[in-house]
Design a protein. Structure first.
Length: 135
């Protein structure tokens, strides 16, 4: 039976995790990640809409409050959803992982089997990954 172990890293540097996996006798080739830099790839696959395109400025803007509202995300980045879905993350959990990436976290996944899933989880935890889960 195949499993995927996931965790959240504070950075895109997976060196400590790779070292932890190797120390546990596990290969690193089953390790994949999606980070903040990936969330801006293929923006054509997401719906970033300029707020000024949707409505005109009728003089109701408040200085200091409305600045920085030029663009809002109305739909999630579907290519990012697809990549996270490829990790085997259940659909009802995808939004949590998307939000984590938007907050600057890196989602890390390791494709494990029944024999090594516990070792992978332990390696993730020892490398200080948060929210380590197995699906």
């Amino acid at each position: 039976m195949a499993f995927v172990v996931t965790g959240l890293s504070q950075s895109e540097d997976l060196g400590p995790l790779s070292a932890s996996l190797r120390a546990a006798g596990l290969p690193t080739d089953a390790l994949q990640s999606v980070g903040p830099d990936d969330s801006t790839d293929n923006l054509s696959d997401s719906a970033l809409v300029e707020a000024d395109i949707l409505t005109s400025d009728t003089g109701n803007r408040v200085p200091g409050i409305n600045e920085g509202e030029a663009s809002r995300t109305f739909f999630r980045n579907e290519s990012l959803v697809d990549r996270l879905g490829d990790f085997g993350i259940p659909e009802n959990e995808l939004d949590n992982y998307l939000e984590a990436v938007e907050r600057g976290k890196t989602v890390v996944a390791y494709f494990a089997n029944a024999d090594n899933a516990d070792k992978v989880s332990a390696a993730f935890s020892s490398a200080s990954l948060a929210n380590v889960r197995t699906f």
